[in-house]
Design a protein around this ligand. Structure first.
Ligand code: NAD
Length: 486
């Protein structure tokens, strides 16, 4: 992927502000002082348990051979399996997967998903490879993970991340299934699969939908909006989104559908701005047609994509990569709320500046946890070998019909057939798999927000520190209850 000026600038600042894993640990330490756990235990929670660095050959379509660098980090085994996405990007290295794996550990704890954290990555620019080459890379990577016991339904379960999606997950599943003896549970070795291959409905949009639920929840609390000079509710709030991939596109779509106004959209080649609003579907159609979001009718082009982060808006949603907001641009950020859809978009020092400015930051480890939450639902579906809702859907439908009939009997009133049919269609339906997944996701995001907010208020901290305290306490309890082997 070509590097933009924004990436280059932030990389320079990242170099002085500390590497990604160190940044995560700085934020951890800031929260740890609010807990009473022994320092040895805190160190154990913080460290990355295992990192596997793989180098393997790829035979390119033209017959030449290239060496591929790949990684898998399992940050914490306090719960098993470990879980985390696989990223295909040029910046992937050992430090990045360790940092992302750590964030996965804390994220799972915050939303009560019973997994340890992991992350994988392959250092490639996907645009330089054909589909057949990407398939060979993915299959060889899976083979290498399987050889070292870094993948399996009860061991470590990958999922999509930056640069990967259902297609890659299907290749991983197929490769793993051909290698394992436990074919019964093999479907649960990876999540984010296509629906026909054991995927769960709602997984593709889950991270973006979770981002949306989290932002709505935050915006609905009048007490928190008042210091920002904002009225409660999402309706009419202006939004800038950086990165229109899986997470950014879906977050933008759900925010727009709920009445927010998308005033800025940024992609790696540049950004577009229109204070009157940009229709996300029209922008995506324009991008499919012209291969770029630039020159969208009615919008102003912003050649340096990173400048879009500094546009005036109520809510900024960075949904691309880490290290986008640093000490360099943090002072110029005008957004009142930042919803961290990407992992680690703000450096620790950038975070301090924004907190001092009074910006409400919805931290990554909470806000983008929708993906792993629905991945958990997919894993459960794969292990139970039955679609969620399959056994209860008709039963629920018939129960609602019986209740309606009982209302008629008790009130001794006969509804007209038209009225009965109308009410019936409103209330007498069983939940589909998608209904269940979305409602489980909403419940998770709403209750986790309340929990993190309560902890933050109790300790008088920002939400990120609150989320870390929440995660540290849950993981520490788990370690203390289990004891240490041997
Ligand atoms: P993706 O590959 O689907 O999309 C990323 C998008 O960002 C692409 O369209 C890319 O062109 C764009 N982009 C890259 N650099 C940019 C830049 N400098 N400025 C503007 N746009 C840029 O990836 P994704 O799955 O949407 O992941 C995005 C982020 O969300 C990552 O940080 C990832 O770790 C995080 N995340 C993803 C998931 C998931 O379920 N996919 C879950 C949790 C967190």
């Amino acid at each position: 992927m070509p590097m933009t000026t924004s990436k280059t600038t932030s990389q320079a600042h990242l170099a002085t502000e500390g590497r990604f894993f160190a940044q995560v640990n700085m934020m951890f330490d800031k929260a740890a002082v609010h807990t009473e756990h022994p320092s040895g235990l805190l160190n154990q929670i913080k460290m990355c348990n295992s990192v596997y660095h793989i180098q393997f050959p790829l035979q390119r379509d033209d017959g030449t051979i290239e060496v591929i660098q790949a990684f898998r980090a399992e940050h914490s085994h306090h719960k098993q399996p470990t879980k985390g996405g696989i990223r295909y990007a040029q910046a992937v290295d050992e430090d990045e997967v360790m940092a992302l794996a750590a964030l996965m550990t804390y994220k799972c704890a915050v939303v009560d998903v019973p997994f340890g954290g992991a992350k994988g990555g392959i250092n490639i620019n996907t645009r330089r490879y054909s589909e057949r080459e990407l398939e060979r890379i993915t299959r060889r990577y899976t083979f290498e993970l399987a050889r070292k016991n870094f993948i399996g339904p009860g061991v470590d379960v990958p999922a999509p991340d930056y640069g990967t999606g259902p297609r890659e997950m299907a290749w991983i599943l197929d490769t793993y299934t051909s290698l394992t003896e436990n074919t019964l549970d093999a479907l649960a070795c990876v999540t984010g699969k296509p629906i026909g291959q054991g995927g769960v409905r709602g997984r593709t949009e889950a991270t973006g939908r979770g981002v949306f639920f989290g932002i709505v929840e935050a915006c609905n609390i009048a007490e928190d909006m008042q210091p920002l000079g904002l009225t409660p509710g999402l309706e009419g709030k202006t939004v800038v989104v950086q990165g229109l991939g899986n997470v950014g596109y879906h977050a933008a779509k759900f925010l727009q559908e709920a009445g927010a106004v998308l005033v800025g959209l940024a992609e790696y080649k540049g950004a577009i701005h229109n204070p009157q609003g940009l229709d996300i579907e029209a922008v995506m159609a324009h991008r499919r047609r012209t291969k770029s979001i630039l020159d969208f009718p009615g919008a102003q082009n912003i050649p340096n994509s990173a400048d879009a982060l500094e546009l005036p808006c109520d809510i900024l949603v960075p949904a691309a990569l880490e290290g986008q907001i640093t000490t360099d641009n943090a002072p110029r950020i005008q957004a009142k709320i930042i919803g961290e859809a990407a992992n680690g978009p703000i450096t620790a020092a950038g975070d301090t500046i924004l907190n001092e400015k009074g910006v409400l930051i919805l931290p990554d480890m909470y806000l983008n946890a929708g993906g792993v939450t629905v991945s958990y639902f997919e894993w459960l579906r794969n292990l139970s070998h039955v679609r969620h809702g399959r056994m209860s859907r008709r039963f629920e439908e018939h129960s609602a019909r019986r209740i309606l009939q009982a209302v008629q009997t008790l009130t001794e009133k006969q509804f007209t057939p038209e009225k009965f049919a109308r009410v019936l269609s409103d209330v007498a339906f069983g939940a589909s798999e998608e209904d269940l997944v979305n409602s489980g996701l909403e419940d998770t995001m709403v209750s986790a927000y309340q929990e993190v907010r309560e902890i933050s208020k109790h300790h008088n901290t920002d939400l990120r520190t609150g989320a870390f305290i929440c995660a540290i306490n849950k993981i520490a309890t788990s370690y203390l209850q289990m004891g240490i082997f041997p």
